[in-house]
Design a protein around this ligand. Sequence first.
Ligand SMILES: N[C@@H](CCC(=O)N[C@@H](CS)C(=O)NCC(=O)O)C(=O)O
Length: 203
Amino acid sequence: MLKLHYAPNSRAERVLWLLEELELPYELNSMPFHPEALKSDEHRKRHPLGRIPVLEDGDVSIYESGAIIDYVLEKHKNGGLKPSVDSPEYPYYLQWFHFCEGMIAQPMNTIVVHTILLPPERRDETVLGQAQRLASKSLTAIETALDGKEYLVGDFSGVEFMTGHCCTKLSDLGCVTDEMPNLKAYVERIKARPAFQKAISTT
Ligand SMILES: N[C@@H](CCC(=O)N[C@@H](CS)C(=O)NCC(=O)O)C(=O)O
């Protein structure tokens, strides 16, 4: 049985959404998003930095959301929800899959820190502005890529659990503007999926 170590409103939603979308049986260890749980000795044995998500599958215990998603698709979906290596779409699948942690996650974290987590007197407008500009450039690239398309690479694919999930979070943070109609529709399309709704409402 798969076991997901999870906290609400975090990257662990990506994996929960995937498991729900694939209708795989799983056990959920939902932890509070708090150092007491995440930095405990017990959880540091699963993840040396005390982070989530972590997925256990028998003797396997793996972290990094992208690695987990790729692992589950290969191991439990026989490579489904991703183009085959020979497909012309494959390089773009890899590109958009990695765009999430490579380009969007860092400015998104900074925006969360400087608009929500830090008390107002410690927020830095310069740092926030830089992050917002980088996020906006990345979102504009996605907006262009979505022209005439419902999903980033062919039909609904593994990319959505990564870059698609980031887009929903940046939309919630007010970074998806009226100048990004393709992206707005994409976010709505993702948010309408029952498996996504189940994942984001799980506490
Ligand atoms: N690149 C990692 C990032 C993992 C990560 O930073 N997770 C956050 C939640 S979104 C976390 O556990 N933060 C707790 C902390 O920083 O103490 C991944 O994609 O899994």
